[in-house]
Ligand binder design. Structure first.
Ligand code: GRF
Length: 207
């Protein structure tokens, strides 16, 4: 299984994937930002990198087409979004349907989009966490595969939640990627299967 990881920033999830014992191989790290620290991590792990800046392309379509080309060059089987901060076009998503994963810092379907920790605190939720899901054209709406859940304490701030959720992310993302690499996790015709059983709700991990 040849894996590409798409990043825009710090890359702590990339690091967790690099450190995990995956049966697949991370063959390339693609960033839309040349200053993403994730690129350093990839270089230190001797992994091929590509910087494709969205600012160099007139449209989302042309940017996505260039990314697609890069993924084909790497002969990628699985695309892993790890803090990749661009909205993808439906055409690109379609090409990687069932072969592209994302991790999102909330218990989806709650809090799609940005500023999830702030929104959780504003609402006064007692539970928070992260979700790994297949990517579909609608933002943060693809089928959830796994969720890790934490209890929000009265002392939590945006910073502590960010840190606690990150820790959970580093725990569940490599596991789900490994399920995919070992073909325990399969997408077939809009249905997700885990160990040959239709996955009707996400696997849950409690902090
Ligand atoms: C994570 O919180 C992830 O859920 C979100 O972007 C953040 C990326 O963090 N999609 P990092 O770059 O992996 O440290």
């Amino acid at each position: 299984m040849r894996i590409a990881v798409l990043v825009s920033g710090h890359g702590s999830n990339l690091q967790a994937l690099l450190d995990a014992k995956l049966s697949g191989e991370i063959v390339g790290v693609l960033s839309n930002r040349s200053n993403a620290y994730a690129l350093e991590r990839a270089k230190q792990a001797n992994i091929d990198t590509a910087v494709i800046s969205h600012q160099d392309f007139p449209t989302r379509e042309s940017f996505d087409a260039r990314m697609h080309q890069q993924l084909l060059t790497w002969h990628v089987d699985l695309v892993v979004l790890a803090g990749f901060m661009r909205i993808l076009t439906p055409d690109f998503v379609k090409k990687w349907e069932g072969r592209m994963l994302n991790i999102h810092p909330s218990l989806l379907p709650a809090y799609k989009g940005m500023h999830t920790h702030q929104r959780v605190l504003n609402t006064g939720d007692r539970l928070h966490g992260c979700t790994v899901h297949f990517v579909t054209a609608e933002l943060d709406a693809g089928q959830a595969i796994a969720q890790a859940i934490l209890s929000v304490s009265s002392h939590d701030t945006i910073e502590t939640l960010a840190q606690r959720v990150h820790q959970l992310e580093h725990f569940i993302y490599p596991q789900v990627v490994q399920y995919f690499c070992s073909k325990q996790l399969i997408w077939n015709n809009h249905q997700v299967y885990l160990n040959n059983q239709p996955l009707l709700k996400p696997i849950r991990f409690l902090d």
